[in-house]
Ligand binder design. Structure first.
Ligand code: FMN
Length: 363
């Protein structure tokens, strides 16, 4: 059942956007945001409609203050250009990128697909982005309103043996503009990238990046993992995460398990996001919380499209959470709905602060 806010989107903007192919819809929404920003009064109204504040929702994670635990996941703002708008639309943080050392066009279009009956997307964008130098020139002009995550990945054409330098280049260039960094080794759309989730390659990569940055990460740095790894591999990578002084983990990226799409027989190649990845992502968070025992925080992402789904991630062990596909399906009032739900839930339960809920369902 849709709540009234979702119904407004369902019967208006969504009708229009969902007639376009997903990438054109995304481009159009970018243009609309830019237009709205140039008109006086529009953004203050949007800001009021989408923002939900409560002291119960304020959190400090990895030494960073967030006005609420909800962020925009990587991939929505690949260039960093939407940050100023998203920062005024209810989000507590925005993770920009994935940004690579060099500019690249990504894969040929079409490269993003909707599977509406599963409330899912499949994408094989392939890190289309302006590269860290151009991104810097644009981002440096923006006012910083809320924490900004810098999600870094590998340039496709950079040979695999130069991967470390490519990450280091991006972090050196962009760390001064970010509050936290992300080493993304879990996108299915850059050939060979997920191989860095193999133990020895992972150690060499993390070690190499750290060395390249002068012996320590310049900002708290998270690692983002895929949901398709075996539990034992995830546990192994978490141990290494602790050993190398990473700030935490982001769980999870998209899945390549096509069986998770249930209403369609033929599914495009790429990463599946949205409702089909929700359960596995929550299971991975729970597994990680058990293993990490609160030593470093978890950012939970995967299939969150309601307050209930967000609460599930928090109770499984996530200190912060992010949305992407849910935002496409449920619309711009989703952050308000989720945060209001969490706040009211805490009020009913006599919970003073959201941090008290983290990991409460983990046995
Ligand atoms: C179109 C699209 C592009 C994405 N691009 C990136 C990316 O560049 N880097 C990244 O780390 N994750 C990327 N993601 C993954 C999301 O950040 C998130 O981990 C995943 O979609 C699960 O969350 P969701 O179900 O709320 O969408 C992308 C997801 C989508 C749908």
């Amino acid at each position: 059942m849709l709540n009234p806010r979702e119904l407004i989107y369902e019967t208006t903007l969504k009708q229009f956007f969902f007639r376009l192919n997903p990438e054109n819809a995304h481009e159009l929404s970018k243009n609309l945001l830019q237009m709205a920003n140039s008109l006086p009064f529009v953004f203050p109204i949007l800001e009021k409609l989408t923002t939900y504040e409560s002291p119960r929702l304020r959190v400090n994670v990895a030494g960073i203050d967030f006005k609420n635990p909800l962020g925009m996941a990587a991939g929505f703002d690949k260039t960093g250009e939407l940050y100023p708008f998203l920062a005024r639309l209810g989000f507590g943080h925005v993770e920009i990128g994935t940004i690579t050392g060099e500019e690249q066009p990504g894969n040929p279009k079409p490269r993003i697909f909707r599977y509406e009956k599963d409330s899912a997307l499949v994408n094989r964008m392939g890190f289309n982005n302006p590269g860290c130098d151009k991104a810097y020139e644009m981002i440096v002009k923006q006012e910083k309103k809320i924490p900004r995550g810098i999600n870094a990945g590998k340039t496709k054409l950079v040979p695999v043996e130069n991967t470390i330098d490519d990450y280091v280049r991006t972090f050196k260039k962009l760390s001064s503009l970010g509050d936290y960094g992300v080493i993304n080794i879990s996108s299915p759309n850059t050939p060979g990238l997920r191989n860095f989730q193999e133990k020895d390659a992972f150690v060499a990569l993390i070690n190499g990046i750290k060395k390249g940055l002068g012996g320590k990460f310049l900002i708290p740095t998270f690692i983002k993992l895929a949901p398709d790894l075996d539990d034992s591999v995830i546990e192994e990578l978490l141990d290494i995460t602790l050993d190398f002084g990473l700030a935490g983990v982001i769980l999870t990226n998209t899945t390549i398990d096509k069986k998770k799409i249930s209403h369609y027989t033929s599914v495009e190649d790429g990463g599946i996001s949205g409702v089909p990845v929700r359960k596995r992502s929550t299971d991975v968070i729970r597994l990680a919380f058990k293993k990490l025992k609160g030593r470093v925080p978890i950012i939970g992402v995967g299939g969150i499209d309601s307050g209930e789904a967000a609460l599930e991630k928090i109770q499984a062990g996530a200190s912060l959470f992010q949305i992407y596909t849910g935002y496409i399906y449920k619309g711009p009032l989703l952050p308000f709905s989720i945060l209001e739900y969490l706040d009211k839930f805490m009020k009913r339960q006599g919970v003073v602060h959201i941090s008290e809920l983290v990991g409460t369902e983990v046995k």
